[in-house]
Design a protein around this ligand. Structure first.
Ligand SMILES: Cc1cc2nc3c(=O)[nH]c(=O)nc-3n(C[C@H](O)[C@H](O)[C@H](O)COP(=O)(O)OP(=O)(O)OC[C@H]3O[C@@H](n4cnc5c(N)ncnc54)[C@H](O)[C@@H]3O)c2cc1C
Length: 469
């Protein structure tokens, strides 16, 4: 179906981006681009070459070349993805945007920042905060992932309860299409119904419908104060049942409501050598509030603290300074890394169910965990129902046994999610890791619509093939 790269085509690539920006015939250097953060090796695949363009024009030329010779192209950001999205499953070219890492403009009048796709997400806030501005996207990988990857995955993260996910802030895109045209969608305008909403077709398209080369992000005023609450509960059910009460009875929408079960936080604490005073806690909520008025925040955390205690919390800790806040958030951010120390083979899932169904989902997960004798720590974004249920390979299983078991276990988990009215990915995407499960949870007509869009925009199927559908 696809052709192999030849030395002659590689010469043409060098003609576009220069010899320093092409990796070819160097297995060690190519290996780094063969995988993302999905731990399982069998999802990896070696590229034949990596190219590192510096502009939309260079990318357009590379894409035209790929169409001419029928070579697949896989866009790549920082490679922190958790669905194998940046893995070149058919070989060919990996197109890395790592050199396109400039913040092009901070427009204070219009509250817009214009960036290239290879900017590390955290750097956006470092750059805009001196103007009293704030970019609200906050995936837990914020210190390593690129904004282009966030747009391609419609990344969520810790602040989505109050601020929503990446797509809410994308108001303009420069995109190189799969046939090598450069198009400009939206811009600095806050409203746009001039035709189909192609920006939000591109957002979350996982590098299959276009390559983003410029991104316009909406900024908001930087909140002046923030406070974190760490609330300990005896068990997960009691913790989760408190979450909607914070919003309904408390009438407060926190910035974040994260949850961790005991398996998760105990493993992270051990990994970080962190001591938590209540070892007997079975679950934790990490609640963040932000705003401009310190007194108002104090009132809000009093209300939430009281609500939690009335609803069965063991203890509420308040972190109102940066050091203590960071200590708490470090536990949450390091859960996945901590489990890798225990077993490098884990399947980090990110299912979503309606918030009221979280307790039922967790009950079912415990049943699945017992049935398969596989630990499944659960943590994630309780405020939006997004749960990182993470089956961990028991050390005594062979890899073959593990893969066989995991496939059945995931299928069972996804069926439960569907029955509860949920979806199988809230932020990590389908990529090629979850592709085979899509027919299990989506109607055939839904999948056909996606297939038709892909075929219309990418007739030669050269852009990131083997993903989603
Ligand atoms: C420890 C850890 C914590 C994480 N926490 C979160 C979290 O809280 N929330 C969350 O949503 N995700 C999270 N992730 C997953 C991951 O960081 C995000 O999916 C992130 O958006 C990926 O960005 P990236 O630059 O690494 O993209 P990559 O992994 O390089 O690529 C991801 C996808 O984007 C496409 N792509 C990349 N750049 C472009 C471009 N310029 N144009 C078009 N397509 C492109 C690729 O083809 C691929 O399909 C986490 C990952 C880790 C390892």
């Amino acid at each position: 179906m696809y052709n192999k790269l030849t030395p002659k085509i590689v010469e043409e690539l060098i003609g576009i981006v220069g010899s320093n920006n092409v990796i070819y015939d160097d297995p060690e250097a190519l290996e780094a681009y063969s995988h993302d953060e999905v731990a399982e090796k069998h999802y990896a695949h070696m590229p034949e070459a990596v190219v590192k363009p510096s502009s939309a024009e260079e990318i357009a030329q590379i894409i035209k070349l790929a169409n001419k010779y029928k070579i697949p192209i896989t866009p790549r950001g920082a490679g922190s993805g958790l669905s194998g999205g940046a893995v070149p499953v058919y070989g060919g070219i990996v197109l890395s945007v790592e050199r396109m890492n400039r913040i092009l403009e901070i427009d204070k009048e219009n509250l817009v920042v214009v960036v290239e796709p290879g900017v590390v997400t955290n750097e956006i806030n470092n750059a805009v905060k001196e103007y009293g501005l704030f970019y609200a996207g906050y995936p837990m990988s914020v210190e390593t992932c690129y904004i282009g990857g966030n747009v391609a995955e419609n990344a969520g993260g810790g602040r989505a309860v109050k601020y929503g996910v990446t797509g809410r802030y994308v108001i303009g895109l420069e995109v190189v299409t799969p046939t090598g045209d450069i198009v400009h969608l939206g811009g600095k305008v806050m409203k746009d119904v001039t035709g189909y909403d192609l920006i939000h077709l591109m957002v979350g398209s996982e590098g299959t419908l276009g390559i983003f080369t410029k991104i316009y992000l909406k900024l908001i005023p930087l909140p002046q104060a923030k406070v974190d609450l760490l609330v300990l509960f005896e068990d997960m059910d009691t913790a989760i049942k408190t979450v909607p009460k914070i919003m309904t009875f408390g009438r407060i929408i926190p910035t974040s409501i994260e949850f961790m079960d005991d398996l998760s936080f105990k493993t992270a604490c051990k990994y970080l050598n962190e001591k938590i005073p209540f070892e007997e806690a079975g679950a934790m909520l990490l609640i963040e509030l932000d705003g401009n008025n310190k007194t108002e925040l104090e009132e809000q955390y009093e209300i939430i603290g009281n609500l939690c205690m009335e609803n069965g919390a063991i203890e509420v800790y308040v972190a109102d300074n940066a050091t203590t806040s960071e200590r708490i958030w470090r536990i949450r951010r390091n859960i996945a890394e901590a489990w890798k120390q225990f077993s490098p083979h884990q399947s980090l899932e990110d299912v979503v169910v309606p918030i009221s169904e979280i307790p039922t989902f967790l009950k079912k997960i415990r049943e699945i965990s017992n049935k398969y004798r596989v630990p499944i720590p659960c943590y994630g974004h309780a405020g939006d129902g997004n749960i990182h249920a993470t089956p961990i390979k028991p050390p005594e299983l062979s890899m073959e046994e593990w893969h066989e078991k995991l496939e059945k276990l995931l299928e069972e988990m996804y069926v439960v999610v569907k029955e509860l009215g949920g979806v199988i990915s809230g932020e990590h995407g389908i990529g090629h890791k979850r592709k085979k499960y899509l027919p299990l949870v989506l109607e055939p007509a839904h999948i056909e619509m996606m297939r038709a869009i892909k075929k219309a925009l990418d007739p030669n199927l050269i852009l990131n093939p083997g993903k989603i559908i």
